[in-house]
Design a binder for this molecule. Sequence first.
Ligand SMILES: NC(=O)c1ccc[n+]([C@@H]2O[C@H](COP(=O)([O-])OP(=O)(O)OC[C@H]3O[C@@H](n4cnc5c(N)ncnc54)[C@H](OP(=O)(O)O)[C@@H]3O)[C@@H](O)[C@H]2O)c1
Length: 292
Amino acid sequence: MKITGKSKVFGIIGWPVSHSLSPVFHNAAFDYLGLDCCYVPLPVEVGRLDVAIKAISALNIAGLNVTVPHKEGVIPYLSELSKEAMMIGAVNTIKVSGERLLGYNTDGIGFITSLHEAGQSVSGRSILILGAGGAARAVVFAAANGSAEKIIIANRTAGKAESLKEQVQKHFPSVKVEATGMGYDDLREVSNKVDMIINTTSLGLKQGDPSPVPREFLHRDLFVCDLIYNPPETELVRYAKDLCRGYMNGLGMLLHQGAASFKLWTDIKPPVHIMRQALQDALQQRPSSGRM
Ligand SMILES: NC(=O)c1ccc[n+]([C@@H]2O[C@H](COP(=O)([O-])OP(=O)(O)OC[C@H]3O[C@@H](n4cnc5c(N)ncnc54)[C@H](OP(=O)(O)O)[C@@H]3O)[C@@H](O)[C@H]2O)c1
């Protein structure tokens, strides 16, 4: 990749970010399209977000992705938020427009696009969403916006599921939303009422992690999504391969949230096939990280 005196700089801020695969596929896309742009990981410690954001315009940075732990903390520094970012309460993409910083969240559209690629849709579905963290918020709002029939949010800390349920109901009063805990009895109760399960918890990232849903609660009517992509097969995905009508991991969501950011920054159709190949190659070369 050739860097010139005029190269536009894009990047990702978070802590840590050294494991991020975003540089790999964004740089592959810039290279393929012959754009004089580059994308770099920018580690920003908690407590230094303020100086980092102020430096964006001083350093002429053209656009940023934002990852854990800054997705919420970045909001007060932005000039404007997209509808999705406002609803979700988190930003994963900053577009620089002159002196203005515009905040977007492409996680939801990334998830929905990857689901469509797998031949599935949330429309009319009864969906069990495990988790109530940042990723869950993006997926829950995308499912409600995509006309899911019913959404059940199950979280280890049940109070967080309840509070997410209330926020979704405020924006989408016609969607049925329930909240519950993630204990054995809670999941037994709800798993027969749904035809899709989406794991947005970090359970499965580490080797030896159990499935968040016991094997005996999976059935043939279920399509299972695990947002984890490294390892590519969690225990939940392994069970789903045997017992359910279909499954997908989080690789497609990672790819498509990135593709949507690319489009926002450049206004050019992203070369998704190149980005996917770069992602797959990079993942093959690195062991399971246990990282988000
Ligand atoms: N594919 C993608 O593009 C993509 C994008 C974003 C995130 N992700 C993945 O999504 C997962 C969550 O990310 P996040 O940003 O939402 O993190 P987060 O905000 O920290 O939320 C973590 C969630 O996982 C739950 N959890 C953590 N450890 C658990 C355990 N041992 N048992 C049960 N539940 C547990 C938490 O429950 P409590 O509330 O009870 O703590 C919370 O609901 C990660 O695996 C990440 O890699 C993938």
